[in-house]
Ligand binder design. Structure first.
Ligand code: BGP
Length: 478
């Protein structure tokens, strides 16, 4: 019997975000955005998690790698040709809001910014690569952060309306697949990234974050409606960071706790964006945490009428949860919390590697929503070494991806409707959480280093040919 399970039009490809790879931060009339003021290096994670982040750049003290990214802004033709050589059917990228509206609150878009993405989409079209565009990927215009306090402020809904209308109108014949907010459910964890503010204090973190999220739910639902109006055949998805939550053991207290954590982290935003209503379990949580959402008349109606067409998510790790943690167990898990899982190995950055968790995620999401699913981020951040002969032997990356794709295949056999897979950072880029170049995900190596040195030359890694074969065989030859 043939192993063949993926649909003929399965969307294989790779994923990126403007702020992490475009560079050209002051070219083409672009304004500054959040990522431009995030320093590179180990400091970044600490700063991201803290309250009271200082949005001024301190170039004496820090470097700002996102300014240069990997210079896709000037090298997009070369890079897209490499993606085409691998056989990409889809390319996930984001539009930098501050290229289109440099400050975010202008009335008219910046023509040079719009023209840049026209060039990129036209180049993709030459190779029949479908663009998959994230509208907001951790890159809120800096002016909206400083002047308005980011997504806490209701006014951002209006500015976002203007932004999406401009891009839907301009690219209506070029882009069919859209995602509204990247990893929207990461907001309470790291509000700075998704919501564009750092909480005033730890005590107000939840209140501020859920209020910001409400504004994004409204903005996203309005975008879905607008998108369908301007581009009738468009497919507009939500984007979640998904990590199945495992109870530490069979103690019912732990099982219940894990279930509640999963409700809150994995399902709350999905329930709002996919089902169109705040879920049953949130009232109790809001009450117990003294959270009060300010809503305007019509918001719930808007949310109801703006449900997404499909669900996309990032998958890097699972999370193991324990109700009562000892001091030494706290902080032993992944970036997103939890305790150490004794059955799993971790990456050099401590992210636990769990291919079966991807099959679990796909089954959980499909079981709950019965909507098409797309995995729009998955991959291994690793240190790569260039050998003397110039080759990069990244077998560890091939193993990681092979095992995850094999589990995705199992999920398809389970009956889950999976429509696409884009591995994260298909070309090396700046890491979001660490601001380093040395945490690499790509099939394509970029000669650029944490100390700022490097020629930006592109080189194919061993995984390049491997992924090409995977796509060619539609996932049969892993
Ligand atoms: C996701 C983000 C991406 C990305 C990826 C890998 O959370 O959507 O922007 O970078 O994680 O994370 P990192 O770059 O920190 O390794």
């Amino acid at each position: 019997m043939s192993e063949y399970v993926f649909k003929d039009d399965f969307l294989w490809g790779g994923a990126t975000a403007a702020n992490q790879f475009e560079g050209g931060f002051d070219e083409g009339g672009r304004g500054l955005n959040l990522a431009d003021v995030l320093p590179g290096g180990k400091e970044r994670l600490k700063l991201l998690a803290s309250s009271g982040f200082d949005f001024e750049m301190d170039t004496e003290k820090y470097s700002y790698p996102n300014h240069e990214g990997i210079d896709f802004y000037n090298r997009y033709k070369e890079d897209i040709a490499l993606f085409a050589e691998m056989g990409f059917k889809v390319f996930r990228m984001s539009i930098a809001w501050s290229r289109i509206f440099p400050k975010g609150d202008e009335m008219e878009p910046n023509e040079e910014g719009l023209a840049f993405y026209d060039r990129v989409f036209d180049e993709l079209a030459k190779y029949d690569i479908e663009p998959l565009v994230t509208i907001a990927h951790y890159e809120t215009p800096l002016h909206l952060i400083k002047e308005y306090g980011g997504w806490k402020n209701r006014k951002l809904v209006e500015f976002f309306d203007r932004y999406v209308e401009a891009i839907f109108t301009r690219y209506q014949d070029k882009v069919k697949y859209w995602l509204t907010f990247n990893e929207i459910n990461g907001a309470t964890h790291m509000p700075l990234f998704g919501l564009g503010f750092s909480p005033e204090s730890e005590e107000t973190r939840l209140q501020e974050s859920f209020q910001g999220l409400h504004h994004q739910f409204v903005a996203s639902a309005r975008a879905v409606q607008k998108g369908h109006e301007i581009i009738p055949e468009s497919q507009i998805g939500c984007m979640l960071i998904y990590a199945p939550v495992y109870p530490f053991n069979s103690n019912p207290e732990n099982v219940m706790h894990a279930r509640k954590e999963a409700d809150l982290f994995n399902f709350f935003c999905g329930d709002v964006q996919v089902r169109g209503a705040y879920p049953y379990f949130i009232d109790r949580y809001f009450e117990e945490n003294s959270i009060q959402i300010e809503m305007e008349d019509g918001d719930l109606e808007t949310i109801k009428n703006g449900t997404v067409d499909f669900i996309s998510f990032s998958y890097y790790m699972s999370r193991t949860d324990k109700k009562e943690k000892s001091a030494e167990e706290t902080g032993q898990g992944n970036l997103i919390g939890g305790v150490k899982n004794p059955f799993l190995e971790a990456s050099d950055w401590g992210w636990e590697i769990d291919p079966v968790g991807l099959r679990i995620s796909l089954n959980e999401l499909y079981g709950r929503y019965q909507k098409p699913l797309m995995i729009v981020e998955n991959g291994l951040g690793a240190y790569d070494k260039v050998e003397e002969d110039g080759s990069i032997q990244d077998d560890y990356r091939i193993d990681y991806l092979r095992e995850h794709i094999a589990e995705m295949k199992e999920a398809v056999k389970d009956g889950v409707d999976v429509i696409g897979y884009t591995s994260w950072g298909c070309i090396d880029l700046v890491s979001a959480s660490t601001g380093e170049y040395s945490k690499r995900y790509g099939f394509i190596y970029v000669d650029k280093h944490d100390d700022g040195s490097g020629t930006m030359e592109r080189k194919k890694k061993k995984s390049f040919d491997w992924y090409k074969k995977v796509i060619e065989s539609n996932g049969e030859d892993l």
